[in-house]
Design a protein around this ligand. Sequence first.
Ligand code: G3P
Ligand code: MG
Length: 253
Amino acid sequence: MWPYPKVIAHRGGGILAPENTLAGIRAGLEQGFHAVEFDVMLSGDGVPVLMHDDRLGRTVAGVGAISSFKAEELVRMDAGAWFGPQFTGEPVPAFADVAAFCKLHRMWMNVEIKPAPGFDRETGRRVAELAQRLFEPEISARAGGAGAEILPLFSSFSFDALQTAHNVAPEIPRGYLVDSIPRDWQTPLLELGAVALHTNHQNLSPQLAREVKAAGYGLLCYTVNDIQRARELLAWGVDAFCTDRIDLIGAQF
Ligand code: G3P
Ligand code: MG
């Protein structure tokens, strides 16, 4: 049984606000979303921040690798202006600040660990260490029988990052993220002690969805922006999906 919300705001605020910013997460909240996916990468000095691309240029003006900047430099950079003038000055947020915001507003988090190339284990370790500290009360409450939804769900395309996160913070659950489901998909899930498989809906079939569900795993799809397609996937047994169209597909869908 999937203990988390069914519809998840992708990269914070979907199409309504700049991705991976607090403004984005606030936009989701204003639409009634209490579930959010965002991407977490390391600054050059090892601080987890919200970031999708491993280089400046698309959402933050400038050039260079994210790993060549310290956190104090990144959090002063503008991650909003590219999206629209009303978001000018919206900073790159630290994961710790975002986690505090989400906890305050009772938003469930799918924390996608997004290592820059070559930083897989380091990113898994740092993100998991920080999450272990930030969610210490929730981890204790969970051990005492509280519901699963009080903890975030880690996910990653990086097996190594998730494996390291598993070692560092075993109580924080994991979903293995794949673009298309490999033939031996159960092996990495077992090795990671994962609770879910996260996959690109475009490469999913009803048969594969049945297989994953029959094996007892959660099944999450990204990124579903069409109402008919969302209905179809749920009919196949998909538990949850993230969407950019938080304006079109409501949290209660
Ligand atoms: O976590 C699902 C989805 O966000 C994966 O793709 O590139 O949007 O991070 P991406
Ligand atoms: Mg993502």
